[in-house]
Design a protein around this ligand. Sequence first.
Ligand code: ZN
Length: 208
Amino acid sequence: MQKLIDGLVKFRKGDFESHRDLFKGLKAEQKPHTLFITCSDSRVDPNMITGTLPGELFIIRNIANLVPPFRETPEYASTTSAIEYAVLVLGVENIIVCGHSNCGGCAACLNSSGILLGLPHTRKWMELADPVRDRVISEIPADEPEAREWMMEQVNAVEQQIHLMTYPYIQEKVQAGHLTLSSWHYIIETGEVFIYDSAAKEFLLANG
Ligand SMILES: [Zn+2]
């Protein structure tokens, strides 16, 4: 905990001071251009990898960067409400779904890991990725576990675009050209980001 407190002190004297005008400008409102949906994984830092500052990215994080398909529900729908707010109130221009390498959520889903048995909410949440897992298992043999994980992470990021398009207001804005959807795959150990090219139907390196 002390490390965090030390960080607060360092922030106020350092980064806050050097961006004083930025924070002053952000006092009354935010106008982020992008909704960034990524995994809760501690190794993914959306602002660092995109070179963005406070006020630019509206960020949703959950296990394995999943988007539930549109539905009306009495549950406390965290991801769905944040999407609703970002698109309908903040008017973001882009939605990026950013998966990453060595994703524990994807691996657990892929391997039907025993770890999920003791985690009922996580297991339920990961059901959203079951169709992707089934596809990966049918296309890549079990003796290529790394290829399976890589494909699971990439296809999962693309699949969430399909889920996003089930939201009527997203479909409307995309079709009107007011909103773009994009899927990324961030590689932790190299800093590479691959972006899905829908014409080529493959992920292409964006920062080589
Ligand atoms: Zn992850």
